[in-house]
Each structure stands twice: as structure tokens, then as C-alpha cells.
Design a protein around this ligand. Structure first.
Ligand code: P1T
Length: 411
């Protein structure tokens, strides 16, 4: 069956007791047993729940994989996956990841004796050099958050020398645009909060694998760590995931239009979008992905503070953390989603104070472009160019008041 059909039908059988066409929200913590140990496959909802099971079946089918384990958040899934490892093990981690992933490795897992090395995983030689005898896992996002770099999943998988697990955070692409397991990864991990849920109304996560042993361990860790997903949230994610194919096509269509609009403006200095032929890994993206997704990052001409001003002025693009919902969002990674990464480290990765990240929604592309245009035009005096591209002299950074809340990560 095709993706769109699987999204609507996998795991969505009519309810066996009532015939309800839509899988109900099984709001129950426990299940009545007919005799000790005699039950219908469910005994306690931290361990399993029919609404969650329906979502897990649906997401496994979308990935064309054997197993999915759902978690209470993307980071819940990440915590369980990294708990497959032990003190003294080492992980090679992509140096461009969601700030919360960086925080997990550097502020929690390190205290439990898990060693990690952050490397630019677009540089395979650097990855090879980072491997140690105790390396047990490669952890990467592709496209990366927020710089939209593309990492060659198959090439990383080929670097394995000792059974290291390859974990790919596929949140940006979703299984609609990229299949990490087919490219050699052992686990695909998701923040289902994003495109899979798709409506910015739920927090959830998922780990997907073809390996029976990994799946069993992840289920054990889910129930033992307690990071499992509740039935109301599972219901919302399933409902969202049914339209994943439609939404991803629209996100991408709009992102293309916006990326091209931005590249044509003289007051925008850099546009990071893998769908642009100018993207340094465009060819790899074409090979590895079936589409380029809906996230664009950009830097503006003028002082870095211009980014803050633009972020304040957009109206359809809400200034908010997160991504992947039907509504467009604008985010200032350095002060928001990636604030937990030290500034020096952020600057090294390109997450400057002048960087903005757009999560392009599925509103009309022309309305979205008009919104960005008005925000950019309103701040163009700072860019040193005029709206038609003529040199207007150097912008005056003092015109923008410093924002409060410097460096305070929220998510
Ligand atoms: O928020 P949560 O569901 O726990 O997911 C964490 C997470 C994991 N992986 C990636 C690639 C992510 O982008 C995120 C969360 N990211 C944001 C909140 C953000 O705005 O980038």
C-alpha cells in the first residue's frame, strides 16, 4: 500500500467492542483481569495502551518498519535510546542538533558516565577520527537543526566497525521524505510534536526500528523510565499523522517558494534550504531525500539585532519555538531553541545571533511571502541596502533595543 493509504489505515481497525470506526481514546490506567495474569494483552497503561498501540502500528507502517515505540516526547524517546548504552560507552554526535539533544548529552548523560564527542558529520574523515574503541553509537539529525546541513546516512552507517548503533533523528523529513532505516540506520527517532502530529497541539516522540532486540529493550526502557505516551496525546498524533503526506507536500511547496523569494532579496545574506541548488549538499539531499522539507534558516544583512526586529514584526509567522505545524513559525535559535548551547559553540556552528529559522506552514505561499516581505522591508534601513537593492549605507545597530532574556533557553 502507498504511504497515504498506510497513514489512514494502518493500526486503525474498527474498535472490536463497539465497532467505532475511529480508534477510541482508551482513558484507562489499568485493565481488569479475569484471573491473575489473565487479560486481553494489556495490564497497565504505562506498559501498553490500545490507543498508543494504534499509533505505534500506524507509525511503524509509515516507516515500513517492524517496530515503533511511542514516548511522551521526542526527548523521552532520546532518553530511552541513549539508555540502551552504559557508563563508559562513547557516542559520536552530530555537532548540529536540536539544543535539547545537546543538553541531554552534555548535562545529564555525561554525569552517568556516557562519553560523547560532537563532530561535523558532513566530514566523514572527522567522524572516522572520532571513533574510539568504546564507541557504541552514532547520533545524527539530517537535515540538521537549525543549519539544514545534510549528513550522508549510508556513508555514516558504512563507518561502523564494531556494531555501533546508528540513530537518525528524522524529525525534519518524516518518513514521507526520508527512510533512515532503508539507508542503514538502526533506529529512526522522532519528535512527533512536529510534522507527525502536525498541529502544534501535542508533545510526543517515537523510536522506530527493524531490530527485534532493540525494540524489546526500548519497550523495557519505556516502561522502566516511565517516558511513555498518554492515550489522549496518542489519539491526537494519530489524527495528525493521517494527513502527513498532504501536509508535507504543501510544506515543501511553500518552502520552495519562500526560499526562492529570500534568495532574490539583497537584504538577506544567506538562505539555508537543501532544496536550493546553491545548498552545498544539494546533490546528497536529492539522493537521500524524497523532498526537502519545510524548514528554512536565514541570515540577514545588517546588524545581528535586525533578526530580532524581523522576528517581532512577522504576523502570520508566529514567534515561537517548535516547528512542523500547519501554521508558520519564526524562531531565533540562538536565544530560543538552541540557547542551551554555549555562545562560543553556537557561533562555531553558525548559530549566530543573526540567524532566524522559519517553519513554513501550509497557509497560502503568497500570504506568507507578503508577511516576510513587510517584516524585511520595515527593517531594511538596517541592512545597508534599499528595497530595490541600492546601497543605503551602513545600518545603525543602536536603533534596535537589546532584548531582555539574553540566552535563556526555554524548551
Ligand atoms: O520537544 P520534543 O518533542 O521533546 O522533541 C525534541 C526534539 C528532538 N529532535 C528534534 C530534531 C527537534 O527539533 C526537537 C524539538 N525541537 C524544537 C522544539 C525546536 O523548535 O527545534
Amino acid at each position: 500500500m502507498d504511504f497515504a493509504t498506510r497513514a489512514i489505515h494502518a493500526g486503525q481497525d474498527a474498535d472490536p467492542t463497539t465497532g467505532a470506526t475511529i480508534v477510541p481514546i482508551y482513558a484507562t490506567s489499568t485493565y481488569t483481569q479475569t484471573a491473575v495474569g489473565e487479560h486481553k494483552g494489556f495490564d497497565y497503561s504505562r506498559v501498553s495502551n490500545p490507543t498508543r498501540l494504534s499509533l505505534e502500528t500506524q507509525l511503524a507502517a509509515l516507516e515500513e518498519a517492524r517496530h515503533c515505540v511511542a514516548f511522551g516526547s521526542g526527548l523521552g524517546a532520546e532518553s530511552a535510546i541513549t539508555s540502551l548504552l552504559s557508563a563508559g560507552d562513547h557516542v559520536v554526535v552530530s555537532d548540529d542538533t536540536y539544543g535539547g539533544t545537546y543538553r541531554l548529552f552534555t548535562r545529564v548523560l555525561d554525569r552517568f558516565g556516557l562519553e560523547s564527542t560532537f563532530v561535523d558529520m558532513t566530514d566523514l574523515a572527522a567522524v572516522r577520527e572520532a571513533i574510539r574503541p568504546n564507541t557504541k553509537m552514532f547520533w545524527l539529525e539530517t537535515p540538521t537543526n537549525p543549519m539544514l546541513r545534510i549528513i550522508d546516512i549510508a556513508a555514516i552507517a558504512a563507518l561502523r566497525t564494531n556494531g555501533e548503533l546508528v540513530v537518525v533523528d528524522n524529525t525534519f523529513c518524516t518518513p514521507y521524505f526520508q527512510s533512515p532505516l532503508a539507508l542503514g540506520a538502526d533506529i529512526a527517532v522522532y519528535s512527533a510534536t512536529k510534522y507527525i502530529g502536525g498541529h502544534s497541539d501535542v508533545i510526543g516522540g517515537a523510536a522506530i526500528t527493524n531490530d527485534d532486540g532493540i525494540a524489546e529493550n526500548l519497550r523495557f526502557l519505556g516502561k522502566t523510565l516511565g517516558a511513555t505516551l498518554g492515550p489522549f496525546d496518542a489519539f491526537l498524533i494519530t489524527r495528525g499523522a493521517k494527513t502527513l503526506a498532504l501536509r508535507m507536500r504543501e510544506h515543501e511547496h511553500n518552502a520552495h517558494a519562500i526560499a526562492h523569494f529570500l534568495t532574490e532579496r539583497d537584504d538577506v545574506s544567506e538562505v539555508f534550504y537543501p532544496g536550493l541548488a546553491s545548498h552545498p549538499q544539494h546533490e546528497l539531499a536529492r539522493k537521500q531525500m524524497r523532498g526537502f522539507g519545510g524548514i528554512i534558516s536565514l541570515t540577514l544583512r545588517g546588524p545581528e539585532s535586525r533578526a530580532l526586529e524581523v522576528a517581532k514584526r512577522t504576523k502570520l509567522f508566529s514567534l515561537a519555538e517548535s516547528l512542523g505545524g500547519v501554521e508558520s513559525l519564526i524562531n531565533h535559535p540562538a536565544r530560543m531553541t538552541h540557547g542551551s548551547i554555549p555562545k562560543e559553540e553556537r557561533d562555531r556552528r553558525g548559530i549566530t545571533d543573526g540567524l532566524l529559522r522559519l517553519s513554513v506552514g501550509i497557509e497560502s505561499a503568497s500570504d506568507l511571502i507578503a508577511d516576510l516581505r513587510q517584516a524585511l522591508d520595515a527593517t531594511i534601513a538596517l541592512a545597508g541596502v534599499t528595497a530595490n537593492g541600492a546601497d543605503a549605507g551602513v545600518g545603525d545597530p543602536d536603533r534596535i533595543p537589546a532584548t531582555q532574556n539574553e540566552g535563556a533557553p526555554t524548551a
